[in-house]
Design a protein around this ligand. Structure first.
Ligand code: HEM
Length: 387
């Protein structure tokens, strides 16, 4: 048993702290799996898979208000459904569920293959290429924006907004705030413009027609859904694709194995999601005093569930820090694990699988051209194509 301490450490899970985060997890887990960090106004962190799953499944103790993000996104309204507790959460989530079933996602398969194939052909035609800018980022933008009904003319604006809100907010909160306001304004206008025309088969249309307890959603509710889906649907999947390629670029033998046996790609994708999780951590607030792994948390305390650490918990996984591309029984926390479990998991998973299938089929052996580029984020990934 580790000797639990209450002294604060400067543990963070953003920006350059991610460079060596897996060593940090290992150290902190050994010293104190539930502990205090002084960052972002002070928070408790949880590193063990079991503690995290238990907190995920106990919304009456661990609330998602005021925001699941620490620090918060650039908005002053809670995002639906991610920042909403039960009982309201149940209805807000229910109307999204039918839109993301495996059957609905299967309908997108052909389009996803076509998109990935076109992008991969472009990558394959070059000698040195930024595979993030030309592949990992555009794939989810195209797939999700088409599904959602975000007009194609606007797509070029999306990456900068996502970068400012998700990645800049810890170092440049004003910029994140401004980008948040711009995105809100953008969706406000989009929803108003759409009121004037007929739409039948996209996600915004489904939400506009949806009802909660016999009433339609308000304009503000629709706006909040759009904002959240925009942020949740683009960056996470881009990170998953980019980090998987980052790993494969350094393991030519694994590239070859997956090229020769593409049936392994779903298992490999799951392992990339476990070990290189796009969402390393999410926050909660204690609604009451509670003890977790020997530490006393108080009502009002902020708590961070460190999914990335839980996903490498030696109590759960053999060789937890190794990427074993045919790992079976891989129950991980990359999509969370409670009532807020990722609604887009079927879509995100399928996008990653198809992206890897098409990339490996089209692109010959590739390697990292810039070894300084890190495993995390959605920044450039410069690949050298061909041996
Ligand atoms: C590989 C890609 C993705 C990863 C790793 C991921 C991860 C996550 C995580 C960790 C959560 C919070 C879970 C919790 O705290 O219990 C979440 C929530 C959510 N995700 Fe994803 N996500 C991905 C893709 C997507 C996509 C493509 C969409 C849809 C467009 C999406 C929509 C959502 C929504 C709506 C929620 C909130 C669910 C709720 O509050 O009930 N995600 N996601």
């Amino acid at each position: 048993m580790p000797d639990n301490q209450t002294s604060e450490v400067d543990f963070d899970f953003h920006g350059s702290a991610l460079d060596n985060i897996f060593e940090t997890y290992s150290d902190l887990r050994g010293q104190c799996p539930v502990g205090r960090s002084e960052k972002h106004g002070g928070f408790w962190y949880m590193m063990n898979s079991e503690d995290i799953f238990a907190a995920e499944q106990d919304p009456s103790t661990f609330s998602v208000a005021p925001s699941m993000l620490l620090p918060a996104f650039g908005t002053d309204v809670p995002l639906i459904p991610i920042d909403i507790d039960p009982p309201e959460h149940t209805d807000y989530r229910r109307i999204l569920l039918p839109l993301f079933t495996p059957k609905m996602v299967a309908k997108l398969d052909e389009g996803m293959h076509k998109t990935a194939r076109e992008l991969a052909a472009d990558v394959a035609s070059r000698d040195v290429v930024d595979a993030s800018a030309l592949f990992a980022r555009p794939m989810p933008t195209i797939v999700f924006s088409r599904l959602a009904g975000f007009p194609e003319k606007d797509w070029p604006k999306f990456d900068q907004w996502v970068d400012d809100i998700i990645y800049e907010r810890t170092v440049n909160p004003d910029r994140a705030w401004k980008a948040g306001q711009e995105v809100m304004e953008y969706f406000d206008n989009l929803l108003k413009e759409r009121d004037q025309v007929e739409h039948t088969d996209d996600l915004i249309a489904e939400l506009t027609a949806a009802e909660i307890k016999g009433r339609k959603l308000t304009h503000e509710e629709l706006l909040s859904y759009c904002f959240l889906l925009f942020l949740a649907g683009l960056d996470t999947t881009a990170w998953a694709i980019r980090s998987s390629l980052w790993y494969l670029a350094q393991h030519p033998e694994e590239q070859e194995r997956l090229r020769n046996d593409p049936d392994l790609i779903p298992l490999a994708s799951e392992e990339f999601l476990r070990t290189l999780s796009p969402v390393q951590a999410m926050a909660r607030t204690c609604l009451k005093d509670v003890e977790v792994s020997g530490q006393q948390l108080k009502q009002g305390d902020r708590v961070v569930l460190v999914f990335g650490a839980g996903n490498r918990d030696p109590q759960v996984y053999d060789r937890p820090d190794d990427i074993v591309i045919d790992r079976e029984n891989n129950r991980h926390l990359a999509f969370g694990g409670g009532i807020h479990r990722c609604l887009g998991s079927n879509l995100g998973r399928q996008e990653l699988i198809i992206a890897l299938e098409e990339f490996l089929a089209a692109v010959p052996a590739f390697s990292l051209a810039n070894p300084d580029e890190q495993w995390h984020g959605v920044g450039s990934l410069t690949l050298k194509i061909g041996k």
